[in-house]
Design a protein around this ligand. Structure first.
Ligand code: ZN
Length: 451
């Protein structure tokens, strides 16, 4: 079914505004991104809610900003009925107590005709309980906390008080988790004292994913949003937490709903989730949390923690993440020209005369990157859109389902080894069995080479 609406003029999911500003050689960007939009249509579950669990409105100290009409336009690119949870950025107008940005978000949500679920952002050092109660009384559907930006730890009494408010109101808390910050261990301690408070851990918990997935494994209401710059973080989520604990998010304006959903659905397909489970990720699970219900019963993680990979695609993904990091290391604002070398390295890796089973993925990635390269060399307005193509190419590189059994045969490995390599059929296997099978296949590979 068609979930991605094509913008007028055949601009695909990239949007009409982008098509209007580009002066690229005919069709390069449009045709490149159209393949992403077309695949997203195939990957999307039919029916069910589409809710982006992580978007911002307003202005940030880093120069980013987003207006209501633009966010609605971005959501329309996914589906005319797509909705989003929304909260303020690190707004320069935040003192006192984030009141002004919270009021703006509440007002924008009220104007959105039901498309937006407003969350209030709190500063635990600045009257957070009163501000939370004020916003909840005005219609806020949840709370957003950013421990790095607001410099607080979850052992603070204020954090405990905020959790109490959330429990009383029956609303979820979205927390910017990750980046290896010490407060995350105290978050786990606090969360386990409030098993009835729903938590959304942003950005798949970034660097703390393994720690939080382990210590919060028994928490019945913790979910992870998929707004990540590295698709590997999203893929790994499917190896560490139940699929019923994963929700789509884009971090717009830093991402876009279409790109974020493409990344999430690619990772879900890689983990071999069916349409019913993908519908939970696209919006079903976050709907339950917004309604005050717990998420669906958890099932074991769908991927083994050790997985076969295409070396070519892993190298390309590395170059693309270098490109992304170089781009955003400048500024604000980011400087796409700094990412050019990463694009060129990735394109060189795509020009492989013996690509094996990765051939079609390499060709597709190269087409996206050719357009990204042209955008990077274009005008100031065009250049930032290169990131959308780079991130889509990176998502493909990280989630392509490679037929490695064919590869194993070409290495003249035994039939038995080819079977033990099948990664995602080991769904629900005990971890020890998965690890043993990979160790066995690696040993068989060594034996065959030596023999
Ligand atoms: Zn964010």
């Amino acid at each position: 079914m068609s979930k991605v609406r094509h913008a007028p003029g055949g601009a695909g999911a990239s949007g009409a505004s982008l098509a209007a500003t580009t002066t690229l050689p005919e069709g390069s960007f449009e045709s490149a991104y159209a393949s992403v939009a077309a695949e997203l249509r195939e990957l999307m579950p039919s029916g069910g809610a589409v809710i982006d669990a992580h978007t911002h409105l307003g202005a940030d100290e880093d120069g980013q900003s987003l207006a209501l009409d633009r966010l609605i336009e971005y959501l329309d690119q996914v589906d005319p009925h797509a909705r989003a949870i929304v909260f303020p950025l690190h707004d320069p107008d935040r003192p006192p107590a984030y009141r002004v940005p919270n009021d703006r978000v509440l007002q924008w949500a009220a104007e959105s005709e039901g498309r937006l679920f407003p969350f209030c952002r709190l500063d635990p050092a600045d009257d957070p309980v009163a501000e939370a109660k004020r916003c909840l009384a005005l219609g806020a559907r949840g709370i957003k906390l950013h421990p790095r930006a607001q410099s607080f730890g979850f052992a603070d009494a204020a954090a405990d008080a905020i959790f109490r408010v959330a429990r009383e109101a029956g609303v979820p808390i979205l927390i910017h988790a990750g980046r290896g910050m010490p407060p995350m261990t105290s978050l786990a301690d606090l969360a386990m004292r409030y098993p009835d408070v729903s938590l959304v851990l942003a950005h798949a918990a970034i660097a703390d994913q393994g720690m939080l997935a382990t210590v919060l494994a028994d928490h019945p209401r913790v979910v992870y949003d998929t707004s990540c710059f590295s698709t590997l973080d999203v893929v790994e989520l499917f190896a560490r937490v139940p699929a019923e604990r994963i929700v789509f998010g884009s971090d717009t304006p830093y991402g876009r709903p279409v790109g974020g959903l493409f990344q999430a659905m690619r990772a879900a397909a890689y983990a071999r989730l069916g349409h019913t489970e993908r519908a939970l990720i696209a919006g079903g699970t976050i709907t339950a949390l917004l309604d005050g219900r717990p998420p669906a019963t958890a099932t074991p993680p769908r991927l083994p923690q050790v997985r076969p990979a295409s070396g070519s695609l892993a190298r390309i993904n590395g170059y693309l993440l270098m490109s992304f990091a170089a781009t955003v290391s400048a500024g604000p604002p980011p400087d796409p020209a700094r990412g050019l070398i990463g694009i060129q390295l990735a394109r060189a890796a795509c020009r492989d005369p013996d690509p094996g089973a990765a051939r079609s993925a390499l060709e597709r990635i190269d087409a996206l990157l050719a357009a990204a390269e042209q955008l990077t060399l274009g005008t100031r307005e065009q250049a930032p859109h290169a990131l959308e193509l780079i991130m889509s190419a990176s998502a493909i590189a990280a989630t392509e389902a490679i037929d490695h059994t064919t590869q194993a045969t070409s290495l003249d490995l035994g039939n038995q080894e080819a079977q033990t390599h099948a990664p995602t059929r080991q769904t629900n296997s005990p971890k020890s069995t998965v690890r043993a099978s990979h160790a066995d296949s690696f040993a068989a590979h060594l034996h065959s080479r030596q023999g």
